[in-house]
Design a protein around this ligand. Structure first.
Ligand SMILES: NC(=O)c1ccc[n+]([C@@H]2O[C@H](COP(=O)([O-])OP(=O)(O)OC[C@H]3O[C@@H](n4cnc5c(N)ncnc54)[C@H](OP(=O)(O)O)[C@@H]3O)[C@@H](O)[C@H]2O)c1
Length: 305
């Protein structure tokens, strides 16, 4: 099969190549999925799991990409709950070969059914950003209706999901980002917007939940805004700053079938819009990932049209 592979950690996206790889075979509880669309997160090549397996052995050449939508073509020994021919979408294991490929072997529990009226490219755009927003707001942030959420990077892939889900849940959402992102963040449902380069973050007053996708000084200044009993949730590594009278939680998104079903149902009934910036083919994937243009939402690679 054809796949994007990386072998050299120091090369970054310039080291990506389109190569021929062996067809994956399903392990116990796996399925093999014929991938129609794949999602990629720009920071993947800095994650240790891209380069080593759980025993810390070099696992290159490895295939990046962890989001997928496609069709099940084979079941492993003991696999239950999915059928050959079923449309699925989900989140691939960080330590195994990923989804910038024509096929992937993946644990069935990491997948959910993809309804027939949802495009494969939309399905592939949802797992990481949708699950990250869901888990950050509801599991780690313990959001309650009527609370105020400070959603950093509100026009980005995660931020647009955070904004929409928090607003649907009854929160007041203050988005942040670049000046050029104001209209997009408001369009995705933010009640207010702070241009981090030109406006004062401190003017937003107290908030109950900070959803941090930026870190550093922005995280530190945001921690100071958290009200007593509130939470700073971050997805960019161990927190460097903590609220004086609240929690700071760092997490890595996990596959969750029930939450994927909730997310895709919202896409079907119009409560949630995905945020796809670029769609490219597998042939154009390496050039797309090496583009110097600013990313504007998810980059989706269409493996099959
Ligand atoms: N732990 C986890 O499970 C998990 C899951 C998903 C994502 N993540 C991480 O979360 C981060 C965001 O992911 P994403 O997919 O949402 O990325 P994205 O689509 O690029 O969105 C991030 C947004 O924040 C903006 N931004 C970043 N720094 C800023 C600054 N200093 N001032 C103003 N705006 C700023 C970006 O603008 P520019 O593009 O102009 O910088 C962009 O609009 C990434 O680091 C990703 O690796 C972690």
């Amino acid at each position: 099969m054809r796949a994007i592979v990386v072998t050299d950690e120091s090369a970054g996206t310039a080291g990506m190549t389109l190569a021929e790889r062996p067809q994956p075979t399903p392990a116990i509880n796996d399925v093999v999925v014929e991938i129609h669309a794949s999602g990629y997160v720009p920071t993947e090549l800095t994650w240790p799991s891209t380069w080593t397996d759980r025993a810390d052995h070099n696992r290159t050449p490895s295939v990046p990409g962890h989001e997928l939508a496609g069709v099940v073509t084979a079941l492993g020994y003991g696999t239950t709950g999915l059928s050959v021919g079923q449309r699925v979408f989900g989140l691939a294991d960080w330590h195994r070969d990923g989804t910038l490929a024509e096929y992937v072997a993946i644990e069935a529990r990491n997948l959910a059914p993809l309804p027939g009226d949802v495009d494969f490219s939309v399905g592939a755009s949802l797992p990481i950003s949708g699950l990250t927003a869901w888990q950050g707001l509801f599991q780690h942030g313990r959001l309650e209706a009527g609370q105020t959420v400070l959603a950093h990077g509100a026009a980005g892939a995660v931020g647009t999901m955070v904004t929409q889900l928090a607003r649907e849940f009854g929160a007041y959402v203050i988005g942040t980002g670049r000046a050029a992102d104001r209209e997009k963040a408001l369009d995705y449902g933010a009640h207010a917007f702070v241009d981090l380069a030109n406006e004062s973050l401190e003017d937003v007053g107290g908030v109950d939940l900070v959803f941090d996708v930026i870190g550093g000084d922005i995280q530190k200044r945001s921690a100071a805004l958290v009200r007593a009993g509130g939470t700073l949730v971050t997805v960019v590594g161990p927190p460097e700053s903590r609220p004086a009278d609240g929690l700071a939680v760092d997490f890595v998104v996990e596959a969750d079938r029930t939450q994927l079903v909730e997310i895709v149902q919202r896409v079907r009934d119009g409560r949630l819009r995905t945020n796809i910036g670029t769609v490219a083919t597998l042939d154009d994937a390496v050039a797309t990932f090496n583009s110097t243009e600013r990313t504007k939402g998810k980059t989706i690679i269409q493996i099959r049209s």
